[in-house]
Ligand binder design. Structure first.
Ligand SMILES: *[C@@H]1O[C@H](CO)[C@@H](O)[C@H](O)[C@H]1NC(C)=O
Ligand SMILES: *[C@@H]1O[C@H](CO)[C@@H](O)[C@H](O)[C@H]1NC(C)=O
Length: 384
């Protein structure tokens, strides 16, 4: 008893062969210790009994952890892809092993590390019992799913354009905490992009800017690889990727494209000099809220008229990334050449047919014609 009292004074954590950690008011603790000394044999079989006994109404001043009970946190999905403007559920579930019969007072916290290179984690939300709180830009857009007792999955609705990154779900049970991370990315489409000035005109920064001006961003290697694997992207000119490498995807090896000796794949020139080397770009566009449409007009338009007609229609001339996203995710199919924002003329085909370009789906391009020539126009309208 003497030793126990000594520990009691020294602090709130008492550890009997790793069986108990506790923090509570002293009289209660003393009582508890007396119990323990007499009942230590029985302890390992009666975890939940002790738990209930000590916090009958669930508001113990302290917290008790029987380390015989372990907290497990899991996510069935470490990578979640979602569509911008839609909603998403980032899975996170916890359970105790062995199961506890009494409800535990568990805290749930979600943190976010943006994919924009931020190293600091930001608060997303915190929940304790029925109380919860969301932070910053997430206020009013996040909740816990709570579909089962251990469900701490985060629902974000709607998803905004810069919500991607690494989310961390932290479950806290008194002194114990466990966390898992879930990566959120947008579903999107990779497209090759080159300058109106011609091929291989961009240094790294110019490539990055060009993608951003077209409603996209530089693709990552993983995105390019997925586009090659899943969409058979085949492009014979090297483009910058977000990691500073220049690469190109080949589905059908051919002489003009690195030769027939090499197997199909993504071919890399490796990391290149960011200011001295020049390539095209591989951009990544995710679905943007709103609609891309071909503006039906009686007469074709030159470029400046095209820009103006979209504005008159309550819209903006569509960016290349928006046209690609609308083609890929909204099935935009229009066999009419139209101006887009960068001064190129394109049209999107999902159902290939006669007189509409090659016999595979794609966004066809006429390149950058002189701006006095007349075509249709693709506009982008945001709908809230
Ligand atoms: C969330 O998105 C799904 C489609 O992914 C949709 O069916 C559902 O209605 C959306 N829920 C809400 C609350 O917006
Ligand atoms: C387009 O046509 C308008 C006249 O309708 C003219 O004022 C304008 O300069 C033309 N723009 C271009 C780029 O040729």
């Amino acid at each position: 008893m003497h030793r126990a009292q000594h520990r009691l004074q020294s602090d709130v954590v008492w550890n009997s062969r790793g069986l108990v950690k506790m923090r509570m008011k002293r009289p209660l603790l003393l009582l508890m210790l007396l119990h323990l000394v007499h009942a230590s044999q029985a302890l390992r079989y009666s975890n939940s009994f002790y738990y209930q006994d000590l916090s009958p109404d669930g508001n113990a001043n302290g917290e008790i952890y029987f380390s015989g009970v372990r907290l497990h946190v899991e996510s069935p999905q470490a990578l979640v892809s979602a569509v911008q403007g839609g909603n998403v559920t980032l899975p996170c579930v916890y359970r105790y092993e062995p199961e506890v019969s009494a409800p535990r007072r568990t805290r749930v916290k979600w943190f976010w590390q943006p994919s924009t290179g931020e190293t600091k984690e930001l608060h997303v939300m915190a929940a304790f019992g029925s109380r919860h709180r969301s932070y910053g830009d997430f206020r009013g857009r996040v909740r816990l799913r709570r579909s089962t007792p251990g469900d701490a999955s985060l629902v974000i609705n709607p998803l905004l354009s810069d919500d991607t990154g690494r989310y961390r779900c932290e479950i806290i049970d008194g002194l114990e905490d466990e966390s898992i991370t879930v990566e959120l990315q947008f579903r999107g489409i990779v497209f090759p992009y080159f300058s109106p000035m011609g091929r291989y005109q961009f240094n790294f920064q110019e490539a990055k800017d060009a993608c951003e001006q077209q409603g996209a961003c530089l693709a990552t290697f993983e995105q390019l690889l997925a586009a090659w694997e899943e969409e058979n992207l085949d492009w014979c000119n090297a483009g910058w990727l977000a990691d500073g490498t220049a690469q190109y995807p080949v589905s059908v090896p051919r002489d003009a494209c690195g030769g027939t000796d090499l197997a199909p794949g993504v071919r890399s020139y490796g990391v290149r000099h960011k200011t001295l080397d020049h390539f095209d770009a591989f951009c990544f566009a995710s679905l943007i809220k709103g609609e891309v449409y071909f503006l039906h007009q009686q007469h074709n338009l030159n470029f400046s008229e095209a820009v103006e007609k979209c504005v008159q229609d309550g819209a903006q001339i569509a960016k290349v990334g928006q046209l690609y996203a609308a083609w890929r995710f909204a099935g935009l199919d229009q066999c009419d050449a139209g101006w887009v924002a960068d001064g190129s003329v394109r049209y999107p085909i999902t159902n290939p047919r006669a007189n509409c370009g090659p016999f595979e789906p794609g966004v066809r391009s006429f390149g950058f014609p002189p701006q006095h020539l007349k075509y249709g126009v693709y506009c982008h309208k945001v709908r809230w």
